[in-house]
Design a binder for this molecule. Structure first.
Ligand code: 13P
Length: 232
């Protein structure tokens, strides 16, 4: 079964989260999860959705202003967390080392993890895509290896929020490469929309999608989930 995760980024407070969750019905044959901002996690959990956080700290507690730990997420009924999103890497100094630490801690507490990797446009154009993916994936692999609750998301940075998706061929190649390094399910992320979801999701080694903008509306998120449900 494919996994479709909606990464809401810094959108939707508790009120809008409740509205979305009450209106959203997960189609049969797909697993859909929503990833609201921390402040809205409780509202999403209470609405009965499967919920992931957008990040998680490696310590259980401590003097880490602005961070949230795995035990805190578990207490709320959250099922997992995204780690290493390129926006965290780009704007908040996230490194391969901290991504690995977050991954290990979350899995150690029985949270599921979606660990994000992906190359920038410059890296792709200068022929460094495989090198970048290798460094990102191997740092997770060295820290924890393949784990039942671990999923990787391949999100080429140049495709995020740009309306420019990887071609099916580019996605297939990158996913196969990631899986050759770490044998876990791999989601594709980067401008997934209702009109391109079926093609991307039907590629070999594409095990689901991590959706940004199109996950914010019930209609478009549902359409992507339906496309995923139609593909075994
Ligand atoms: P978009 O779907 O808006 O391109 O965002 C992708 C993403 O970053 C999901 O984590």
């Amino acid at each position: 079964m494919k996994l479709v995760a909606g990464n809401w980024k810094m959108f939707k407070g508790p009120g809008e989260t409740r509205e979305f969750c009450q209106a959203f019905r997960m189609p049969q044959g797909v697993e859909a999860v929503v990833c609201p901002p921390y402040l809205s996690l409780a509202a999403a959990v209470e609405s009965g959705q499967t919920v992931f956080a957008q990040n998680v700290h490696w310590a259980d507690h401590g003097a880490y202003t602005g961070e949230v730990s795995a035990p805190m997420l578990l207490e709320l009924g959250v099922a997992g967390a995204i780690v290493g999103h390129s926006e965290r890497r780009q704007y908040f100094g996230e490194s391969d080392e901290t991504v690995a630490r977050r991954t290990v801690a979350a899995l150690g507490h029985d949270l599921r993890v979606i660990a994000c990797v992906g190359e920038s446009l410059e890296e792709r154009e200068s022929g460094q895509m495989e090198l970048v993916l290798r460094l990102q994936v191997e740092s997770i692999c060295d820290a924890i290896g393949a784990h039942d609750a671990l999923t990787v998301a391949y999100e080429p940075v140049w495709a995020i929020g740009t309306g420019r998706t990887a071609t099916a061929e580019q996605a297939r190649e990158a996913h196969a490469f990631v899986k050759s390094l770490l044998d876990v399910p791999v989601l594709y992320g980067g401008s997934v929309k209702p009109d391109n979801a079926a093609e991307l999701l039907s590629q070999e080694d594409v095990d689901g999608a991590l959706v940004g903008g199109a996950s914010l509306e019930v209609e478009s998120f549902t359409a992507i989930c339906q496309a995923a449900a139609g593909i075994s």
